[in-house]
Design a protein around this ligand. Structure first.
Ligand code: ADP
Length: 396
């Protein structure tokens, strides 16, 4: 079955066409600068990357250009649009409405709309992508795959904030968690690699990219995760602060004469390793600067690793033990240095890295030493494949 996976942002649209039987990527790419000017990046399997500057006033034109590229007689991956069996849409926030992926109908769209105030930057963009695909591919089944759904198994004691209960009752203020598709994919993959039943493992997944979160997966279910109502909570990230004392907001607002929106912008876009280092939000730049003696870049790195280690420790406590710790996403898959810095904190748990294995990058691999009590794995995430699998699964 050919599944078109769409990840729609406010001015961008990433896509992959995946054959869900062979799990091969037939073509992939992205549309950037939608509504500004427009650029299409397209690459068919085995082909060259093509970049075309082309006007995209709205997401509908962007989807149309993607479809045209997919059926282009010279470089297209398929002959006609009839070869697209279904579309899988990444949807960021499913609120409490959605505990699994779901086939999209008008009722689902209404429900996604109804939780949009929880993700005002993301859900409306996801919905625009869905509408554009519906318009251009009428009758093709479409699925919504939510970042939050995997975490809907968290117990109340983990997802509630200790705020007046009425805020939960009135507005559903609670922890939701994100990166669920990745945490689910990676924890399952870890069980496969270890040859253990998924339902019997206590796994901690560290999704460390520009956005970063950790998830405790017990017996195949998310029981806690570091992101919250929004992706701002938890780890130190590229530009997000992660956990801070909420009093800081008021204090800084007063000192800097900022309103709430401006303070939130600082926490989301000007903080994290970028804010601490003053160098970059990209961990490669931070590592390079730290190597050259930049103290603040070094501090940013140390703070990042320390926070990850503290969360791993707290999730080991939450699960009363841990069998496997997984590293994934841009930093987790590529930086042996960061993995090592984190694992040094975890020796008390029985974590011991195999130095040679930890030098590798971007492959499925056990990187703990053979006598380590807790297994450590590097598992490249693949959210697009996970979305294609979910979509195909719903159609079977
Ligand atoms: P997101 O999807 O949240 O944008 P990714 O999972 O793509 O994030 O990760 C992006 C991050 O991964 C960037 O900060 C980048 O610097 C980092 N990264 C990629 N390769 C390396 C590497 N070799 N060493 C350290 N960090 C890396």
């Amino acid at each position: 079955m050919n599944i078109l996976v769409i990840n729609c942002g406010s001015s961008s649209l990433k896509f992959q066409l995946i054959d869900s039987d062979s799990e091969q990527v037939l073509a992939k790419g992205l549309c950037e600068r939608i509504g500004i000017d427009g650029r299409l990046v397209y690459q068919a399997a085995g082909g060259e990357k093509e970049i075309t500057e082309v006007s995209m006033p709205t997401h509908t034109e962007a989807v149309k250009l993607v479809l045209d590229a997919l059926i282009n007689p010279n470089t297209g991956a398929i002959k006609s649009l009839e070869e697209i069996d279904a579309v899988g849409h990444r949807v960021v926030h499913g609120g409490e409405e959605f505990t699994t992926s779901i086939l999209i109908d008008e009722e689902v769209i209404q429900a996604v709309e109804s939780v949009s105030d929880l993700a005002p930057l993301h859900n409306p963009a996801n919905l625009i992508g869905i509408r554009a695909c519906q318009q251009l591919m009428p009758g093709v089944p479409m699925a919504a795959v939510f970042d939050t759904a995997f975490h809907q198994t968290m117990p109340e004691k983990a997802y509630m904030y200790a705020l007046p209960y009425e805020y939960y009752e009135k507005y559903r203020v609670r922890k939701y968690g994100f990166h669920g598709t990745s945490h689910s994919y990676v924890s399952k993959r870890a069980a496969e690699i270890l040859g253990k039943p998924y339902e019997s493992l206590k796994t901690i997944v560290c999704h460390l990219g520009n956005g970063a979160s950790i998830c405790a997966v017990k017996n195949g279910k998310s029981i806690d995760t570091s992101m919250g109502l929004s992706p701002l909570e938890g780890l130190v990230m590229g530009t997000r602060s992660g956990d801070v004392d909420p009093s800081v907001l008021e204090f800084v607002a007063e000192k800097e004469n900022l309103d709430m929106q401006q303070v939130m912008n600082v926490l989301n876009k000007e903080s994290g390793v970028y804010g601490i280092s003053g160098v970059s939000s990209d961990f490669r730049d931070i590592e390079e600067a730290a190597d050259q003696g930049n103290k603040r870049a070094d501090l940013a790195q140390e703070m990042f690793c320390y926070r990850v280690a503290k969360y791993v420790g707290s999730y080991a406590a939450a699960m009363n033990g841990v069998d496997a710790i997984c590293f994934t996403a841009g930093v987790g898959e590529n930086s042996g240095m960061i993995r090592e810095k984190i694992c040094v904190y975890l020796e008390y748990l029985g974590v011991k890295l195999d130095e040679e294995a930890n030098k590798k990058r971007g492959v499925d691999l056990v990187i703990s030493s053979s006598d380590a009590k807790v297994k450590v794995l590097m598992v490249p995430t693949n959210e697009e494949l996970a979305i294609a699998r979910e979509t195909a699964g719903l159609l079977k």
